[in-house]
Design a protein around this ligand. Structure first.
Ligand code: GDP
Ligand code: IMO
Ligand code: MG
Length: 424
């Protein structure tokens, strides 16, 4: 039996797609357990670049069954177009399993996401505007519409009507928008039911059976720990649980089934959208990270904010996720710097914090306490063994391990599959 969770240890975009792709070589199932098409996971194979938003990264391997579990929110149109994109590029998504219990992102969710952000003005979260927040809001207020509803057209139409009554009231009276038509939405969605039907199943049961049969199951987190609705930098978060607990709830698998929890962390850190960011660099160093690291959003194309590695946040992530190991990505980008800094603590409102502060006001006022380490200033993208790395890079890795108390078992030094160091 083997079940592994791969999750983002920072604010997303840590390289989860490439890490999942690496582990998927030996996995039978790869499962997305939360989020939706707000995610953008990049996989580079030779000169081909794939950006997946909803379909798990395991789809790249023909031996691997991709699963979208019940904790996800699914925009069916996006799912179909992602399947078509894969087919057009010679990848077969026909094995995809889709939970009938997953909630759907509806057109009014997308609309609400956009207008709510606009009305927030200066206080906006900077969402991806894919309708994620409003879809989860409907799920928790128990008027959400699930994939399984597509297969009972009468119930589906009734549910759309009820949900729209509310949504239209908000859209027209609060946000001054034209109301949407329930019949039109129902027709548009029901027209997609047949295409999705062969994929719809009880994914919790299928995963249970797989685990009983000794299959390898990999859970692919989207977003990251600091974007978690419960444990992230609320309210500047997404509306789901990317943390390890989310994998068990979102896929209907008990926690005892999980053996490994791999936290993916960039060798520096980035964030898209607004919200507190203690180690942010709004200077030339930050610009260099953005340019060399290609730090532009996979989904929205937005420039990501970048900064030095934050060990306070990484220790927090190790704790709330019970990380068993760390996969450190993009170490090659740090080759550009003479000195490499890391945050070991924060100062805020006159106090020093070694633990990630839970109070928004404290977090907002944090400035990092930095430690400076010597850089290596040589190209490491060809290194394949730990011993190939310059001693300064090895010292950087040991420093992180000493602080976080979790082993760094994998280090990537380039975006391609083989640009990787696996430590024994
Ligand atoms: P995800 O959302 O966590 O899957 O990450 P993204 O795909 O949004 O962003 C990570 C970016 O970094 C992608 O463009 C990857 O191709 C790239 N990448 C991943 N690992 C490495 C690495 O070790 N070095 C470099 N230079 N790029 C990497
Ligand atoms: P991957 O899986 C980075 C951010 C958005 C915004 C906040 C809420 O590629 O790491 P949402 O649309 O989810 O309601 O937006 O969360 N965000 C991400 N940032 N990577 C992601 O996904 C993200 N998904 C959402 O920028 O700040
Ligand atoms: Mg991404």
């Amino acid at each position: 039996m083997s079940a592994t969770i791969v999750l983002g240890a920072q604010w997303g975009d840590e390289g989860k797609g490439r890490v999942t792709d690496y582990f998927a070589e030996h996995a039978d199932f790869v499962v997305r357990y939360q989020g939706g098409n707000n995610a953008g996971h990049t996989i580079i194979v030779g000169d081909q670049r794939f950006a997946l938003s909803l379909i798990p990264s395991g789809v790249m391997y023909s031996h691997c069954t991709p699963v979208i579990a019940s904790g996800c929110v699914v925009d069916p149109k996006v799912l179909i177009s992602e399947m078509d994109m894969l087919i057009s590029r010679g990848i077969d998504p026909s094995r995809l399993r889709l939970s009938g219990n997953a909630h759907m992102i509806m057109p009014y969710h997308r609309k609400l996401d956009a207008v709510m952000e606009r009305f927030l003005g200066q206080n906006q979260i900077g969402t991806t505007k894919k309708g994620i927040g409003p879809a989860y809001t409907d799920k928790y207020s128990r008027r959400g519409i699930r994939i399984q509803d597509l297969y009972d057209p009468k119930i589906f139409a009734d549910k759309v009507e009820v949900a729209l009554e509310d949504a239209n009231r908000i859209l027209s009276r609060v946000y001054n928008q034209l109301p949407m038509k329930p019949g039109q939405i129902a027709d548009e969605y029901l027209a997609m039911a047949d295409r999705l039907a062969p994929h719809v199943t009880d994914t919790s049961l299928e995963l249970w059976n797989a685990i009983q049969d000794g299959k390898e199951v990999l859970f692919e987190g989207a977003q990251g720990t600091l974007l978690d609705i419960d444990h992230g930098t609320y309210p500047f978060v997404t509306s789901s649980n990317p943390t390890a607990g989310g994998a068990v709830v979102g896929s209907g698998i008990g926690p005892k089934a999980i053996d490994r929890i791999v936290g993916v962390a960039k060798a520096y850190i980035s964030r898209v959208g607004t919200g507190p960011f203690p180690t942010e660099l709004r200077d030339e160093i930050g610009d260099t990270m953005i340019e060399l690291g290609g730090e532009y959003g996979t989904v929205t194309g937005r420039r990501r904010r970048c900064g030095w590695l934050d060990l306070v946040a990484l220790r927090y992530s190790a704790r709330v996720n019970s990380l068993t190991e760390i996969f450190l990505t993009k170490l090659d980008i740090l080759s550009a710097f003479d000195t490499i800094s890391v945050a070991t603590a924060y100062m805020s409102l006159g106090d020093r914090y070694e633990e990630f502060p839970r109070q928004q006001r404290v977090l907002y006022n944090c400035t990092p306490v930095l430690d400076n380490l010597p850089g290596w200033k040589t190209d490491i993208s060809g290194c394949r063994e730990y011993s190939d790395l310059p001693k300064e890079a090895q010292a950087y890795i040991s420093y992180i391990e000493d602080s976080v108390k979790v082993p760094i078992r994998y280090i990537s030094v380039g975006a391609e599959r083989h640009q990787l160091i696996v430590r024994s």
